[in-house]
Write a protein of this length. Sequence first.
Length: 389
Amino acid sequence: MGPRLSFNSSCPKRDVVPLKDIVVLDLTQFPPWEFSTLVLAVLGAEVIKVEQPSGSASRALPPSFNGKPLLHEWFNRGKRSVAVDLKRPEGREVLMRLVERADVLVEAYTTSTAKKLGLDHRSLSERNGRLILCSVRAFDGDDPDAGHDVNVLSMTGALSLMSEHSGRPVIPGLLIADYAASYAVVVNVLAALHERQRTNRGMHVEVTMSSAVLPFFYHQLAAALALGRQLTSRDDPLRGAWPCYNAYQTSDGKFITVGMPAEAHLWRELCVRVSRPDLIDRQFDGEAVAELAEVFRSKSRDEWAEELRGVRCVTPVLEVVESVKGGVVSKLIENPERGLPMPMTPFGPIGKLKGAPVLGEDTTNVLSSLGYSGSEIERLAREGVVRVS
């Protein structure tokens, strides 16, 4: 192995930076996977984003803020950008020199594309036996490995749980499988790094969206195995079967949620506050849903929110713009362009990281550290193998 890469660190300034000696190559193109490597950057890793000369797909995704693609700006803070054409032999050699000096490589290509680019574990381990390769796929095993969030939700059965009364699936406004797998990438990379301390060998970690999303509906999977059928909204407590775990429309067409499936004392307090003490003993009675719904239709959402202030687990259903401007999320965003903070780690918020790099911003610096001369870098740029800025 060659010498370790040494760049000016852009990680948070903290006494404890757990991954300060770790170099991560980020070959991903979409926000969910860029988020996983961002978490590694927040934890102190030096993350080098390896992009095609045209840029990663996230650079073209809406929405924009001050003329910049907001998701790309959020999820690529603290990273470096090296623009190189991996379809060209000389471009792949640039990547392999990076591999020799890296600890982790994260990619989310299809299996066939990864193999064409030489990103299989065998090829990479020949250049660096301590490298941890993390591959993100949509499905496990021999299933088709190309697919987006909605495809994974539909193939696993999760999408059938998000349906109208007619049975028509409702496309969720959340990327559930994507970000479940994104967190799984972080967990598995950290575990692999710990294992490498013991064995001094790298490994190939494969994260699949289909596996990552399963814990979100284990109760339905259990019912399918035990009962041989899918729970419906009439007998599934998480889909409105219980009055104590439901969403209720208010007089202005908005909604209030009640979420107290295990707290009898909270349910009792709610029933008393809405003047329906007769419902106290009917916490799990499906027929009480309609009766409580009639109560909530008598006032607006905000009137109920004010009247039930102090009753835990009763919350108004806010639109995202309401939450951003004055709700829970507003307390987490200091400056939209600087990105969302990371409450899941005490090692430093995203706001302390350098902004997202310009495409190819670090190409010259990185290639110089890899042993390329100035004239070689100029030639590679002139021939379109790399892009510099």
